[in-house]
Design a protein around this ligand. Structure first.
Ligand code: MLT
Length: 395
């Protein structure tokens, strides 16, 4: 037996596991200090009351012979797929329910989708970006090339026709930079992908944070995207499901290549390796799309947006360059005094007991940058900001 040699080519620890490890070691060595975590983008507000009530009713259904459920459909229950379909309709996107696949979250699907693509595809990934895209492809032995996202291009790289790519990742609003593409900009990526015969894997996990006009909520708002794009989304950041686990992937019927339908391949893959999301959880997720559910999740999103504004005000006061926070729950800042990302991480942890995420963990262009999340509680955010101000003002 031999293990997969490709693991030699990825960092020993997953970025957020490494951050958690370092924070845990610090806490163990300094039990008297209260560490504030603004690292991983994990939500802190409870599930919406409409979701809780749907979860309770679903639990009760499971207690009764007549309404008990065993295995569900591999692709998700119709009631949830219809809810997602209607949600897209509000963005002006018409989907068929059988183009929507319910899963336990965008992260799993973003990794698992690679099962349907040939090994010798070249993968184009923005740098910096959510590390899952690179790690999963390197694990599978695929060639990964990068599109530079920099301060100069507003962290929004555009297609370069000299570059040949088969699989293209786009995350908008972007994790970690918070930069978001307009519909017109996505239309250029769609044009490029169609010309190259490539597929776009579009991560829309943060779409509900978009507050500025003209920015895309879905890649399908760009004409022609159904022929070349798969979209991943999640209830995690929108409705606080990080611990509850539910997401969805859209694979249009129009996405075909060399006689294969991506939709059919994915169904085949899921039916083989996945038995679906629990009925109870899908009932909870469906409640997000009720009028009551939508109003309640918007209240929670407003709290996170306010936290982002509080962090942004702190950076303004300190004269630190940053972006993000407007259409995203992340503030992406330039480390002061030309510090490296991990150096700044250590400074904040040791002197302010605040944990953030080093930009270098998202790619080489992230070196010298740092990410703070707005998903903390209001109090944690306020206290973290005060501590950051104290430490950085005194330098
Ligand atoms: C992040 O902090 O980037 C995300 O929470 C990680 C994830 O969604 O897996």
């Amino acid at each position: 037996m031999k293990f997969n040699e490709n693991f030699k080519d990825i960092a020993e620890n997953y970025l957020f596991a490494e951050v958690a490890d370092r924070a845990a070691k610090y806490t163990a060595a300094h039990p008297d200090k209260k560490v504030l975590k603004l690292g991983i983008g994990d939500v802190t507000l409870p599930l919406a009351p409409a979701v809780i009530s749907a979860l309770h009713s679903a639990v009760d259904e499971m207690a009764v012979k007549e309404s008990f459920k065993g295995y569900g459909p591999y692709e998700g229950y119709g009631f949830l797929r219809e809810g997602i379909k209607d949600y897209y309709k509000h963005m002006g996107v018409e989907l068929a329910a059988d183009e929507i696949f319910v899963s336990d979250g965008a992260k799993s699907d973003l990794g698992n989708i690679l099962d349907i693509f040939a090994k010798n595809n070249t993968v184009l990934v923005p740098d910096p970006v959510y590390p899952v895209y690179v790690d999963t492809n390197v694990m599978a032995g695929r060639k990964v090339i990068f599109a530079n996202a920099t301060k100069e291009n507003g962290f929004l790289p555009m297609p370069d026709y000299k570059v040949e790519a088969d699989v293209i990742y786009i995350c908008s609003p972007n994790n970690p930079t918070g930069a978001a593409y307009s519909v017109e900009q996505l239309a250029e990526w769609v044009k490029y992908a169609r010309e190259k015969g490539a597929v776009i894997l579009y991560d829309a996990a943060y779409e509900s944070f978009i507050s500025e006009e003209g920015l895309a909520r879905s890649i399908y708002q760009a004409e022609g995207a159904k022929e070349c794009a798969i979209e991943f989304c999640s209830f995690s950041k929108t409705a606080g499901f990080t611990g509850t686990r539910c997401g969805y992937t859209v694979i249009p019927h129009a996405l075909e290549s060399n006689g294969f339908s991506a939709n059919k391949l994915w169904f085949r893959r899921q039916a083989t390796k996945f038995n679906g999301v629990p009925y109870i959880i899908q009932r909870g997720a469906a409640a997000v799309f009720t009028a009551e559910g939508q109003a309640q999740i918007k209240e929670n999103l407003a709290v996170y947006k306010r936290n982002a504004a509080v962090i942004a005000e702190c950076m303004d006061g300190l004269g630190i360059w940053y972006t993000g926070g407007k259409n995203s729950p992340y503030i992406w800042l330039k480390c002061p005094d030309d510090m490296g990302s991990w150096q700044f991480f250590d400074l904040l942890l040791n002197e302010a007991q605040v944990v953030g995420t080093p930009g270098a963990g998202f790619g080489k262009n992230g070196e010298g940058f740092f990410r703070l999340t707005a998903f903390g509680s209001k109090d944690t955010t306020a206290e973290a900001v005060e501590r950051i101000k104290r430490v950085l003002k005194n330098r």
